[in-house]
Design a protein around this ligand. Sequence first.
Ligand code: AHG
Ligand code: MN
Ligand code: MN
Ligand code: MN
Length: 338
Amino acid sequence: EAVAAAETDPLTLSAWILTQQHKSPGARGRLTVLLNAIGVGCKFVSSAVRRAGLAGMMGMAGSSNVQGEDQKKLDLVANEVFKNSLRRSGQCCILITEEEDEPIFIEEPFRGDYIVVFDPLDGSSNIDCGVSVGTIFGIYKAKNPGSGKYSLDDVLRPGTEMVAAGYCMYGSMSYMMITTGRGVAGFTLDPTLGEFVITHPNVQIPTKGNIYSINEGNAANWDPATKKYVEECKAGTYNKGKPYSLRYVGSMVADVHRTLLYGGIFCYPADKKSPKGKLRVLYEVFPMAFLVEQAGGKSTTGTSRSLEIVPDSIHGRAPIYLGSKEEVELIEKLKKEC
Ligand code: AHG
Ligand code: MN
Ligand code: MN
Ligand code: MN
């Protein structure tokens, strides 16, 4: 009867967002409008990603971003889609995107009380070969809602102050995982409906895994604890002698999505090449850490809880180890010992 229920109970993303609003006493539906605008943005980008190969939208844009990365055409398309969709929602005061050097301040009459930090296209190095990519977002509520006064003080805050976060992975299907602080719900885009339909009502990450996910190409630069953890994964130390599997897509969204559903650990450590790691705190580390914690997992820099980082700049980076509770606790223990 599970299948019948799915066909008779249209619990779409919009309907689910409303259920979250009803759980927030006094909510006026502003976050509801905003989350729906993000859902629309993800549908537009999903469509663009799926048509890219046929519409001459693969390849480089010929520009680079503040990260020093060469931008893909789809990086820019996705960035414009979300900037327009978020502005039109009338709920944002500041936008932070990987693809813009500076914060975007939204003016009246479109200004609202939410700050959205987002990675419009994550894993874009994979787009030209058809490997899964995604969009990642996090949402803060302004410190002084309705004041009309908004600044970087509203943005450079620990991830613990986010009110919502999520990602959309453009893979075999388009999957949306989202949290408003009451657990994680997962949706699958039904292209015949043009709607995200609920498929994972309450995501719980396995407390232990047998998959480790890390870019082994950086092994020479790893710190001793990371080296030891990976060696022990290979030796099966934590798995009755059975070696873990290595799975590394190279798109954070895909590696985190698999980790959420199958368990295991995803690592992007600091190393000699990238002393603060590679992943950006506001729009990669925080949203993924928030989701994983809400699903019963953990996320650490190796020495402290990811969500407690206080960002010092809008594109600041941090090391990250996230996933099954027991796996993350192992790396934290090794960090103390090594
Ligand atoms: P983006 O495409 O948004 O710049 O992010 C790429 C990130 C992330 O998706 C992935 O986990 C990581 O880069 C992979 O880095 P390496 O290629 O260095 O392993
Ligand atoms: Mn990038
Ligand atoms: Mn990214
Ligand atoms: Mn990106």
